[in-house]
Design a binder for this molecule. Structure first.
Ligand code: TEU
Ligand code: CA
Length: 572
């Protein structure tokens, strides 16, 4: 959709959303303006000049709608109201206007696979079996055990632990919640639900927003047989195959596209867990009948089942570069000519990139954060930065359960440690240290004053104790900072069409240490090599064709070598 005619520079059709860098704001942790310890829209508005300085083009704003905040706003109680903790619609409009004034677009996070149980649709739906809103949600009869105990309709486990079904006494039925019990799944089989979603999207577009990030869009169409899933070691079953990329998902997305998305000049990105290349080519097809791009998750979840995983994603296992590289190479090559990629290491559900993929020890933190940025930002696709990533913010390194806020963490702790004894308290905290979502939800580190300049009051979640060393104030004017390095990468993308539209070819695919690739466009080439280890390694990529240095994270590149976590890029 919205593609302008390609120029003679490349076969790739040009579009503004292919040329942008997107920055995710997690509003609860970005900037507090009224000293209640919670980030808000006015605070965010004050910080927009910082984002303009960084040079990003688009903000993905995590949910700010009315919500009981069971899952930090991913549980929406009214899609047309701003939650009072964030402000009101006037504050929103002011933020949007200020962003637009700075040349920054804003896309909304649209969570429409489920609502909050406090949404009035659900309050109605639950009242009686014949309520007009009954079919807005997925209600089913349960099973009955031999001893008369009521059992859920099937064995599916919720993403946040426990059964994915909740019994409701009033009507003696169960409702489906793939996430928390306060997040009932909408029933997209109902044409009224689909119309409601279209209406609210139009409402936000008419207000001036520039697009949407669709939460778990791959889950909106459920297999209507609702069969039991493959048993897991905790006794529950996997809902995956019956929920992800379900039978009518493309039909539903096409309907939204036809009725709303195609009518505005907006950008759309769908969160698509469990997506295959084949499915992605449909969701993000080049004809533009569905979405502009999707997030795939293979490179951030491939090691879920390897040694060191206790249950699901929870464990102390670490990603290996060759595996991560093989997966991203697969997506780079596999979507070429079919679909546009989105590029990310981080989002509000993932641990911090520098801690997970780089090295967050004081010695290597900055250089490895820059290497990761370089490796990702010069690939083909639209890059996404999570707030604080541009400062090299690290994981929290939790020492106590009291520091955890996330419904997912509390759920898995209760189930795996307290109820089922699958792992010990110490093991679970080690897993939290490795993969917990709260790692990346700690307050933005603006400066070295109390609470990192995020708030004057005790924040809703602890500030990472390293804020005195890692903060924006110390980086924005330092030409060697991680911030300045991100800024340079963004500038390069804006000024060099090859970075946006060039083809991608993997190099040195057998190397255990170096992730390298070449981009090409109209006879021009750039060569990128990133050392993912803390050792100096040999690199012969430039022996015959030295090229001109374009960007790097060391003051001096040594010919034939890559220093620890060095990223080196040449042109020509
Ligand atoms: O996430 C969906 C999702 O399945 C995961 O990324 C999930 O958070 C992770 O796998 C847990 O292990 C989206 C949102 O990004 C997330 O914040 C919400 O909690 C979730 O949907 C429910 O809305
Ligand atoms: Ca506040």
């Amino acid at each position: 959709m919205h593609e302008t005619e390609g120029t003679n520079m490349s076969e790739e059709k040009h579009a503004w959303w292919k040329e942008v860098v997107c920055y995710q704001v997690y509003p609860q942790s970005f900037q507090d303006s009224n000293s209640d310890g919670i980030g808000d829209l006015r605070g965010m508005t004050e910080r927009l000049p910082y984002l303009a300085k960084l040079g990003i083009d688009v903000i993905w704003l995590s949910p700010v709608y009315l919500s009981p905040m069971d899952d930090n706003g991913y549980d929406i109680a009214d899609y047309r109201v701003i939650d009072p903790q964030y402000g009101n619609l006037e504050d929103f409009d002011k933020m949007l206007e200020t962003a637009h004034g700075l040349g920054i677009k804003v896309i909304m996070d649209l969570v429409a696979n489920h609502t909050s149980d406090e949404h009035w649709w659900f309050k109605e739906s639950r009242k009686s079996r014949d309520n007009p809103y009954r079919d807005y949600y997925v209600w089913k009869d349960g099973k009955v055990a031999e001893d008369g105990t009521k059992l859920p309709p099937n064995n599916w486990e919720s993403t946040f632990s426990g059964s994915a079904w909740q019994y409701d006494e009033l009507t003696d039925q169960w409702y489906l919640h793939c996430f928390s019990v306060k997040q009932p799944d909408l029933n997209w089989e109902s044409p009224s639900v689909r119309q409601e979603v279209c209406d609210l999207m139009s409402w936000w577009c008419d207000r001036g927003v520039d697009g949407f990030r669709f939460d778990v869009i791959s889950m909106i169409s459920k297999d209507q047989r609702f069969p039991d899933g493959k048993p897991k070691k905790n006794g529950f079953g996997e809902y995956g195959p019956y929920v992800t990329n379900g039978p009518r998902v493309h039909e539903f997305v096409q309907e939204m596209n036809e009725k709303v998305l195609s009518r505005y000049d907006i950008m759309t990105v769908g969160e698509a867990q469990g997506v295959t290349l084949e499915e992605a080519r449909k969701y993000a097809n080049a004809e533009g009948t569905e979405l502009d791009m999707i997030f795939q998750f293979e490179h951030v979840s491939a090691w879920k089942t390897t040694a060191g995983a206790y249950i699901g994603k929870w464990g102390v296992n670490k990603p290996q570069m060759p595996k991560v590289r093989a997966l991203l190479n697969k997506w780079q090559l596999g979507l070429e000519g079919y679909s546009w990629n989105s590029l990310f290491w981080n989002n509000h559900d993932q641990p911090r990139a520098v801690s997970r993929f780089g090295n967050d020890s004081p010695e290597w933190r900055e250089v490895s954060a820059k290497m990761l940025a370089c490796c990702l930002h010069l690939m083909k696709g639209t890059p996404y930065i999570l707030q604080g990533e541009e400062l090299g913010m690290t994981n929290m390194h939790f020492t106590s359960l009291d520091q955890c806020r996330d419904v997912e963490e509390l759920g898995i702790y209760r189930q795996a440690v307290e109820e089922q004894g699958i792992c010990t308290h110490e093991q679970m905290l080690a897993a939290f240290d490795n993969v917990a979502r709260d790692n990346c939800r700690t307050p933005m580190q603006w400066d070295d004053s109390a609470f990192a300049g995020f708030s004057d009051a005790e924040p809703w979640i602890d500030v990472n104790p390293n804020y005195q060393e890692i903060n924006a104030a110390s980086q924005v004017d330092d030409p060697d900072s991680v911030f300045s390095f991100y800024r340079r990468l963004i500038e390069l993308r804006h000024s060099m069409p090859i970075i946006v539209y060039g083809t991608y070819q993997p190099l040195l695919e057998d190397s255990e240490a170096i992730w390298a690739y070449r981009r090409e466009l109209d006879g021009q080439a750039i060569t990128v090599a990133c050392n993912w280890t803390s050792e100096t390694v040999d690199c012969d990529l430039w022996d015959e064709r030295p090229g001109t240095p374009l960007v790097g994270n060391y003051p001096q590149h040594l010919p034939g070598k890559l220093q620890p976590y060095e990223a080196y890029v040449t042109l020509g």
